[in-house]
Design a protein around this ligand. Structure first.
Ligand SMILES: NC(=O)c1ccc[n+]([C@@H]2O[C@H](COP(=O)([O-])OP(=O)(O)OC[C@H]3O[C@@H](n4cnc5c(N)ncnc54)[C@H](O)[C@@H]3O)[C@@H](O)[C@H]2O)c1
Length: 335
């Protein structure tokens, strides 16, 4: 049996709360939001104690796991307090809004006997697993490259509803740190650590609405010697399916329309299909509950959770480096 508290009762917290409440081995013991009305509404609706300060929550209900679903700049401060209080931490991506913040969590997690997990839930998609298997099984032969694209749409209202999302200090970036980081994480999971990164990021469509970028292109040379490219925008007219293709000497595997298709000497065949979520936010996918269940189920396992802060730091380093190269980080902002 595990207990959980959720800190940050906004959009994504609903998926965490649903997953916690659907799991008979997890008890929700508290919620917290700096917005007192939000905290109270959630606490009353869910029948649990509610707080406006996560430190009070930690003292009062001692959750075994703290789920962090706050704006990016609050992830590390809440995580450090939770670790200090002896809780395990499951934080939404990115691990922090800057590389310095992310490093701080990596170091503190390494010195702690508690687990820290990062919500890169797309790694649990059947298509993501099938693509990983195609690579590691050798079915594609030696990998020669990869490409990915995120053509999404975020209206001005998405940013005006929660202004932190469009600001450097609170979000640490735009489409790359908030949306495309999942696809960037997959590329890094598939192709390994980056050796060099080149990129350009800019605000092309949401000028005057957000400070951060809405469009970016990254070229990554990986330690393995292969190259990948990632294009991402929040300025498309709709949320198109994520595109991703890994190519090798003997074949390729491609994510298209929520399906993974493998092509080799034997032709082209579908190797996995994702179960799409329904509704307006279908792009969130089904991975949250799988990852949340897995994190809680593995709390007594020896060793760290398989998606930890060190995994969260690498994409953060890549995308912040692209912001630096693009000259869009405001004066005085650390990487
Ligand atoms: N994994 C995914 O697919 C996915 C999808 C959407 C959002 N997210 C992530 O979830 C996080 C939250 O995003 P959102 O869109 O739900 O944001 P949101 O603005 O809708 O909600 C954030 C909530 O946190 C509260 N908050 C701010 N500082 C706090 C603090 N110190 N303590 C407690 N509460 C605090 C705010 O009042 C707000 O209610 C972000 O890290 C975002 O990147 C992940």
């Amino acid at each position: 049996m595990s207990t959980a508290a959720v800190v940050g009762i906004g959009d994504i917290s609903a998926l965490h709360l649903d997953a916690i409440r659907a799991n008979r081995d997890i008890e929700l013991v508290g919620v917290c939001d700096v917005d007192a009305a939000r905290a109270e509404a959630a606490g009353r609706a869910l029948g649990v104690p509610f707080f406006t300060d996560h430190r009070e929550l930690l003292r009062a209900v001692s959750p075994r796991v703290v789920h962090i679903t706050t704006p990016h700049d609050q992830h590390v401060p809440v995580a450090l307090d939770a670790l200090e209080a002896g809780a395990h931490v499951l934080t939404e991506k990115p691990i922090g809004q800057t590389v310095a913040a992310g490093r701080c969590l990596v170091d503190r997690a390494a010195a702690s006997d508690r687990k820290v997990g990062v919500v890169f839930q797309n790694r649990y998609n059947p298509t993501a697993v099938a693509i990983k298997d195609a690579i590691t099984s050798g079915a594609l032969g030696p990998i020669t490259g990869a490409r990915a694209a995120v053509w999404w749409f975020r209206p001005s209202a998405y940013y005006t509803a929660a202004p932190w999302r469009g600001q450097w200090l609170t979000a640490g970036g735009g489409v790359m740190i908030n949306q495309a980081i999942h696809t960037l994480d997959l590329l890094l999971w598939y192709l390994g650590a980056p050796s060099t990164v080149h990129g350009v990021a800019a605000t092309l469509s949401l000028t005057g609405v957000i400070e951060v970028e809405d469009t970016a292109t990254i070229v990554i040379d990986h330690d393995s010697g292969v190259r990948s490219t990632l294009f991402a925008t929040n300025a498309h007219h709709t949320n198109a399916d994520i595109e991703l293709e890994i190519t090798g000497r003997d074949g390729s595997v491609r994510l298209v329309g929520g399906e993974a298709w493998l092509t080799d000497d034997g032709g082209t065949r579908r190797v996995a299909t994702d179960t799409q979520s329904s509704g307006e936010r279908s792009y969130w996918g089904k991975g949250h509950s799988l990852l949340i269940d897995d994190f809680h189920a593995r709390l007594d396992d020896p060793g760290p959770f398989w998606i930890g802060p060190a995994d969260g730091l690498v994409p953060l380093q890549v995308l912040r480096e692209v912001y630096r190269q693009s000259g869009i980080l405001p004066e005085g902002h650390a990487l």
